[in-house]
Design a protein around this ligand. Structure first.
Ligand code: ATP
Length: 193
């Protein structure tokens, strides 16, 4: 059983995922694994360099700033990058699933719907929080600006649309409440096995 976790930037997807991890659930963070694959897969590296140029890597390490500037506000280029990376992440995740003994598996992605990975999920959880709180969290966590956060938010589909397609919604404001919610969802998910 695969359970997808999604939500906007700064909603608390990874925070929620860690709570599921405490119950011994195997968790896959698509963004982290995608970065790992872009840095390590020869096939992916070769394709990225062929499509975006040698500047895509500095001393073998992904030049994220350059690549982000290439795909930002350019839908065609973003699609091209996704068409290189997503299939490799999908294969990598399938292997992860094969080797897991977990009661179910959590797959976390901010772009669960956009990447179509939601189709692999038996259940979907959307994590939400008010926009001003999300901005505050990101500014505290990352070395970034409010404009950059707002731009990234603009590129994500709305919470309303995500919630429509979800089985569970976690409003992540108070961490104690969120933990209670996670425990309830975990119990429910176990009952579906
Ligand atoms: P991103 O989309 O950028 O990967 P995310 O949705 O995974 O973000 P987290 O990384 O879990 O979000 O949370 C963003 C920041 O907010 C982190 O520093 C986290 O510790 C903090 N945070 C998350 N939930 C809460 C909460 N309920 N109360 C206070 N701080 C929180």
């Amino acid at each position: 059983m695969i359970v997808g976790i999604t939500g906007g930037i700064g909603s608390g997807k990874t925070t929620v995922l860690k709570m599921f991890q405490k119950f011994g659930i195997d968790c896959y963070i698509a963004d982290v694994e995608a970065k790992f694959i872009m840095n390590s897969s020869v096939i992916v590296k070769t394709k990225i360099i062929a499509s975006f140029g040698e500047e895509s890597y500095i001393d073998g390490a992904l030049n994220r700033r350059y690549l982000a500037s290439q795909v930002f506000a350019n839908e065609k280029k973003l699609e091209l990058l996704n068409s290189i990376v997503h299939p490799e992440v999908a294969k990598h995740f399938d292997e992860f699933v094969k080797h897991s003994n977990s009661e179910y598996i959590i797959y976390e992605s901010a772009i669960l719907f956009e990447s179509k990975t939601f189709k692999k999920c038996d259940f979907i959880i959307t994590v939400t929080a008010p926009i001003d709180i999300r901005i505050e969290r990101i500014l505290k966590r990352d070395n970034t600006t409010k404009i950059d956060v707002l731009n990234r938010m603009k590129n994500q589909i709305s919470d309303e649309k995500k919630i429509e397609k979800s089985d569970f919604v976690i409003q992540n404001i108070d961490l104690i409440e969120t933990e209670k919610n996670v425990e309830e969802i975990h119990t429910k998910l176990l009952s579906f096995l």
